[in-house]
Design a protein around this ligand. Structure first.
Ligand SMILES: C[S@@+](CC[C@H](N)C(=O)[O-])C[C@H]1O[C@@H](n2cnc3c(N)ncnc32)[C@H](O)[C@@H]1O
Length: 422
């Protein structure tokens, strides 16, 4: 999954699960309404809950279909895809041997799982070694190389401050590799050679893999203007996704497709608990992570020429699908939160609140207005059963300071209360 994501709850999953376990039983429905990387949704899935997840980002939907809603390892037909299996399965057993004992890969101990996963890894191996000759001419585009690497013909930017240069989200070599892989997926999708889960799993794996070699400090809002950092100089390889959680249960789950949570909440079934992990600052996630969304959208874009001719800003984002969340606007945060809770068909509400500086080291601008007092007063209002509100402080390390060896404990809170449904 994506590790470098603002507000990602990976590091505090256990205390969240402990609190959830005090309210919910296995099989209960839980709604993860700002699902992001799905770190919480997947932990809930493996704990036996049924999950409803939604996020405004397309990549979150692609992950949701591939890892949350899907409970099996997809199997691909080499003949149909015209792949010489004997050539591309070479070395796969060694790669799988390396995964044994690693987190998320205990499913490989089962023979049937092993052989289905080997089929998936053979496809990834094929995509890792693909050359232009295997892509029909009409699909041989070079948009990522052209738009997001310093050698590209469409990567020139001029900033609002007047500085100019060429975009360097990827090295030219990785830009070419992204083009080859994504255009092969485009070919397969247009020829209807993949079902929905196969297709979304492959784009999800590509999105997760490019995140590991992007020349960014975590978000795609910008890139170092004159250099490539050491991560970005690594060659792009499709990562092998862990599947323990994916196949952990047979439960059904529900995933929203890029919906505004304020709308999505009105449509969904009753649930025991809603987990709310909103953004706490002005950063609009669809801008900050547009590249991941673009990877997941690419094969569905009607005119790729028009799309890439109309990218804007230093970062080169096409604003067609940009979304301004009311949760990122100080004055609208509390009213939006109130509406979300009012419309939720839930018994309990659990909300994450981070009382510190965020990963990019800027203080939270909305903290005064939407700080702990305002939220506490909402949780003490008539929206909730009187006396049911409790605050659970959680300690976690500020991972931004790891590099500077200044790891520091910060408080993250869970606000929990029973909704007043009378
Ligand atoms: C703090 S992050 C959630 C992180 C997530 N719990 C995780 O562990 O990855 C907030 C999320 O809210 C999403 N978001 C913000 N406003 C939204 C809205 N109005 N509707 C749906 N999603 C929204 C963002 O895209 C972002 O993924």
């Amino acid at each position: 999954m994506i590790q470098r994501y603002l507000g990602n709850k990976n590091s505090i999953i256990e205390p969240i699960l402990t609190e959830v376990g005090k309210i919910c039983n296995q099989g209960d429905w839980i709604c993860d309404i700002f699902a992001g990387t799905l770190s919480v949704s997947m932990a809930l899935k493996r704990s036996g809950y049924r999950v409803i997840a939604n996020d405004i980002n397309k990549f979150s939907y692609a992950f949701g279909v591939s890892y949350l809603k899907n409970n099996s390892i997809p199997s691909f037909d080499f003949n149909e895809l015209n792949i010489d299996e004997s050539k591309f399965c070479i070395g796969v057993d060694d790669s799988l041997l390396n995964l044994k004992g690693k987190d998320g890969f205990s499913f490989l101990d089962d023979k049937r799982n092993y052989s289905t996963y080997k089929n998936l890894v053979t496809i990834l191996n094929y995509l890792n070694h693909i050359t232009a000759s295997e892509i029909p001419k009409q699909f041989r585009h070079t948009f990522f190389f052209d738009t997001y690497t310093p050698e590209g013909k469409n990567s020139h930017y001029k900033s609002l401050r007047g500085t100019s240069g060429k975009r360097r989200f990827f090295t030219p070599e990785n830009g070419k590799r992204i083009d080859l892989i994504i255009n092969k997926l485009l070919h397969w999708k247009k020829e209807k050679l993949l079902n929905e889960v196969q297709y979304l799993l492959l784009v999800s794996i590509l999105a997760e893999s490019i995140e590991k070699v992007s020349n960014t400090q975590g978000t795609f809002h910008d890139f170092p203007r004159d250099t490539f950092d050491s991560r970005a100089l690594k060659k792009l390889f499709l990562r092998l996704p862990p599947f323990d959680d994916v196949i952990s249960t047979e439960n059904k789950h529900i995933i929203g497709k890029e919906q505004d949570s304020l709308e999505f909440i009105k449509e969904i079934r009753s649930h025991k608990l809603i987990y709310i992990d909103p953004p706490y600052n002005f950063r609009q996630y669809t801008s900050y992570y547009f590249m991941l969304n673009l990877i997941c959208d690419y094969c569905e874009i009607e005119s790729l020429e028009d799309y890439f001719n109309n990218v804007e800003f230093v970062r080169g984002q096409n604003l067609e699908k940009d979304f301004k969340s009311t949760f990122c606007q100080s004055s609208l945060f509390i009213p939006s939160l109130e509406n979300l809770i009012k419309d939720a068909n839930t018994e309990y509400v659990m909300m994450s609140y981070f009382n510190g500086r965020n990963h990019s080291n800027n203080s939270i601008p909305s903290k005064d207005k939407n700080g702990i007092e305002k939220i506490e007063s909402l949780f003490n209002s008539e929206l909730f059963v009187r006396g049911s509100f409790k605050t659970i402080p959680i300690k976690r390390l500020n991972y931004q300071s790891f590099n500077g060896h200044k790891a520091q404990e910060l408080n993250e809170y869970l606000f929990i209360a029973q909704k007043n449904n009378k």
